[in-house]
Design a protein around this ligand. Structure first.
Ligand code: SAH
Length: 444
C-alpha cells in the first residue's frame, strides 16, 4: 500500500510537471487557465484514487440474516468473514456482502460486539466533516417540517442514520451524546454543525452514560461551547419547566413525552390526580394546568421532587399540585390497601430492563404498578400509563395491561394508544427506534 502511494504521488508529480511545461509554452491566458483547471482536476482525481484505495474493507459472511440488506445499520462481529489488515478502532470503512456487493460505509470498533455501524449505503458519499454538517441540517429540516422547532430531539441516532448520536435541542441550548467510539471521534464535526446552523447560546456534552464503557470510552460531561448557566427554562404546551442540563436525568428532560402530555387535556378536568414516577413534575403540572382539582406527584429522587416543586411555583400552580418523595412500588401498594380513591392515575416509570434475560422481571413490574394503579381509580376513572422499555413491544404492553385489569377485576376501554413524539422517528425493522408506549384507558 505504501509503495502504491509513492508510485501514485510520483505519477501525479509527473503529470503536474507536464502540465506546467505546457503552460509555459502557451502564451494565451485563456489556455493557461484551462490548463490549470485540468491540472487541478487530474490532481483531485489522483487524490481520490489514493483515498479510495486507502479505505479499508470489511467482508460479511455469505450466510447472514437479511437484516443488513434490509436497512439495519448494525453489523455484529459474528457476521463478519474478514477485516482488512491495519484497521484502527473508529476508522471509516467500507462493508461488502458475501457476494461482493457494496453494503455501505460506516465506523468500526473491533473491540465492540457491534463491530460496524453504517452511516451510509451510498458508495459515492464521503464521510467527512461536511457529511455531518449536511446530515444535521437534514435532521433540522425534518423537525421543522413536522413542527418540532423550539425543543426537539434534533438527532435520534439510528433513525437519522447517525448511529449512537443523540442531540437534543432546548431552544438555544444543545445537549450531545456520542455513545460509540466511531461517532465520538466526529463530536467536533457535530459541534461545528450546530454552531453553523443555529448560532447556539450553549452546547453541553452528557456522555455520563455507562454504555460508552462497552466501547472503551470514558463517561464524561462538560461544555462544548463557552461555559453557560446549565439551569435553563423551556416552554412546552404553554407551560414553563426548569431543565438542569448538567445534572438532570439523561439529557435533562424527557422530550419524547411532549405530545403525550397534551393527550391528558380532557380527562383531568375537575379530577383528583395521582402521578407516580413524576421526575420534574411535567405530567402533573400539565394536569393542574388543564383543570384538575388536586394533583399529587411522587418520585424516588429528592432532586427531582425539588425541581418538580420549583416547576409548580414557576407556573403558579403550587396550590393545586404537590410533590412528595416516595418509592412508587411501596406507596401504590399501601394506598390500594388503604382503599384510597382518585379519578386519574398516571404512571411513567424508567425502563425496567435492557436485556432479554430479565424481560420477565419487567413484565412483572409493569403488571404490578398498573394493577395497583387501577385499584386506586373510582369507576369511570382513567389510567394514563407509559413504558419506555424497548424490549416490551406495543402488543406485549397491551397484554400486560389486560392481565392487570383482569387481576384487578376491572373492565377497561382504550382511549388513546400512541408512541413517542415524531421528533423521535421510527424505522420499522430497527427495533430500538420504537420504544415508547403511551396508553390511556378508562377503567370501569
Ligand atoms: N414522567 C417524567 C419522566 C419520568 S422518568 C417526565 O415526563 O418528565 C422516571 C422517573 O422514575 C425518574 O424520575 C426516577 O427518579 C423515577 N423512579 C425510578 N424508580 C422509582 C421508584 N421505585 N419510585 C418512584 N420513582 C421512581
Amino acid at each position: 500500500m505504501t509503495f502504491k502511494k509513492v508510485k501514485d504521488t510520483r505519477h501525479k508529480e509527473q503529470v503536474a510537471e507536464k502540465v506546467k511545461g505546457k503552460g509555459q509554452r502557451d502564451q494565451g491566458t485563456r489556455i493557461n487557465a484551462q490548463n490549470s483547471v485540468h491540472a487541478c482536476l487530474i490532481s483531485l482525481l489522483f487524490l481520490l484514487v489514493i483515498y479510495l484505495a486507502d479505505m479499508k474493507r470489511v467482508y460479511l459472511k455469505k450466510k447472514i440474516a437479511n437484516r443488513i440488506a434490509n436497512g439495519h445499520p448494525w453489523i455484529f462481529a459474528n457476521e463478519v468473514q474478514k477485516v482488512d489488515d491495519g484497521v484502527n478502532a473508529g476508522d471509516i470503512i467500507e462493508v461488502y456482502f458475501g457476494n461482493g456487493k457494496f453494503a455501505g460505509k460506516g465506523y468500526i470498533n473491533p473491540k465492540s460486539q457491534i463491530i460496524v455501524r453504517l452511516l451510509t449505503r451510498n458508495k459515492e458519499i464521503e464521510i467527512n466533516e461536511q457529511f455531518f454538517i449536511d446530515r444535521i441540517a437534514e435532521c433540522w429540516k425534518y423537525r421543522k417540517k413536522t413542527g418540532y422547532i423550539e425543543n426537539c430531539r434534533l438527532v435520534f441516532g439510528e433513525a437519522d442514520e447517525m448511529p449512537q448520536l443523540i442531540i437534543d435541542k432546548f431552544n438555544d441550548y444543545f445537549v450531545i451524546q456520542t455513545l460509540a467510539l466511531g461517532i465520538d471521534l466526529w463530536k467536533p464535526a457535530c459541534v461545528k454543525a450546530i454552531n453553523q446552523i443555529f448560532k447556539p447560546k450553549g452546547i453541553y456534552e452528557r456522555n455520563d452514560v455507562p454504555v460508552r464503557e462497552l466501547e472503551g470510552l470514558s463517561q464524561q460531561k462538560g461544555f462544548l461551547s463557552e461555559p453557560f448557566d446549565t439551569r435553563i427554562i423551556i416552554n412546552e404546551n404553554g407551560l414553563k419547566f426548569n431543565v438542569d442540563l448538567e445534572n438532570g436525568q439523561k439529557t435533562g428532560y424527557f422530550l419524547d413525552q411532549q405530545d403525550n402530555r397534551r393527550a391528558i387535556q380532557n380527562i383531568v378536568k375537575d379530577a383528583d390526580v395521582i402521578g407516580a414516577f413524576t421526575y420534574t413534575g411535567t405530567f402533573e403540572i400539565h394536569a393542574a394546568h388543564y383543570g384538575a382539582r388536586s394533583v399529587l406527584g411522587i418520585d424516588i429522587s429528592e432532586n427531582a421532587i425539588e425541581q418538580a416543586n420549583q416547576n409548580a411555583k414557576l407556573n403558579g400552580l403550587q396550590n393545586i399540585v404537590r410533590f412528595e418523595t416516595a418509592n412508587a412500588f411501596d406507596v401504590l401498594k399501601q394506598w390500594s390497601r388503604d382503599r384510597r380513591q382518585c379519578d386519574v392515575v398516571m404512571l411513567d416509570p424508567p425502563a425496567f430492563t435492557k436485556s432479554r434475560e430479565t424481560i420477565q422481571k419487567a413484565i412483572t413490574g409493569y403488571k404490578e404498578i398498573n394493577l395497583r394503579g387501577m385499584k386506586l381509580l373510582r369507576p369511570g376513572g382513567f389510567l394514563v400509563t407509559s413504558s419506555c422499555t424497548s424490549l416490551v413491544s406495543p402488543e406485549l404492553f397491551l397484554q400486560i395491561i389486560d392481565m392487570a385489569a383482569k387481576d384487578a377485576r376491572r373492565k377497561i376501554r382504550q382511549v388513546v394508544f400512541q408512541t413517542q413524539s415524531s421528533d423521535h422517528p421510527i424505522i420499522r425493522g430497527i427495533e430500538n427506534t420504537q420504544y415508547l408506549k403511551f396508553l390511556i384507558v378508562e377503567v370501569q
